[in-house]
Ligand binder design. Sequence first.
Ligand SMILES: Nc1ncnc2c1ncn2[C@@H]1O[C@H](COP(=O)(O)OP(=O)(O)OP(=O)(O)O)[C@@H](O)[C@H]1O
Length: 262
Amino acid sequence: MFALKNITVKVNGRILLNQINLTADTNQITGLIGKSGSGKSTLFRLALGLLSPTEGYEWSGSIDWKGTPLSKKQNPNLQPVFQDPHGSFSPFGSMKDLLLEPIRIKNGYFLSDEIKKKETLKIESFCKRFDLGLDLLNKTKQELSGGQLQRFAILRSLLTNPEYLLLDEPVTALDVLVQKKIAEELKQINQINRLGMFFVSHDLGFLSFMCDEIYVLDGGEIVEAGKPKEILINPKSGLLQSLVAARNHSFGGVVSSSESSN
Ligand SMILES: Nc1ncnc2c1ncn2[C@@H]1O[C@H](COP(=O)(O)OP(=O)(O)OP(=O)(O)O)[C@@H](O)[C@H]1O
């Protein structure tokens, strides 16, 4: 289990997150939905150990990973994909070099021809799955669109064989058709490799397509949680009721496997 227990976050005395309790199965897909300013990114950064006291943040509670409390500074088991793909890549070097960088670091800054060949094949196979032309691998980040970069950010997170993925609004920058393709590929990766994922998003359609379980965050508090099918049919919180009423998204009309099977 990936669990947040009694998490309260304050910045300069103001409460941003209040008594958050959340439990995610490490093999499943869990979502956190909330409107802008509800505290989603704060919770995402907290889970990654990125809320620094030097920036005025103080927090209490604990984050457990498979029964063990995680350090407040670094959570190496959790592989992040950030909302801003431009900030995720260096402006120097080709995409292929940038994608190989974490593998290079993992191998003590040396890549044998054999490893390089193996990793390149892996990169190329993910490129095909994510609708990224192989010619893009030779381009720099400045030559790519936001949507292409976002897909490369997701691809890079998968290359390091992570134990768990944390993704903040991963498909927001993508057009509707690409969104659907990436969502389906990630779902397949979850089902085949049992790779657990935690999605933060404001898109109810995307989360109900992807997730086994959804938590609803409103004003820094969890106001509701459950399987998509259950909470969408009978939303209890005012926020989810209004989100369901306003449901207007790229997955409209599509019944997801989680919605249909949970
Ligand atoms: N360092 C800070 N100082 C003051 N307020 C902060 C700080 N960090 C976050 N906040 C406030 O906390 C609240 C939650 O912010 P957060 O970025 O987590 O929301 P969000 O749900 O991710 O929003 P969005 O969907 O727009 O990205 C906001 O009101 C924000 O202004």
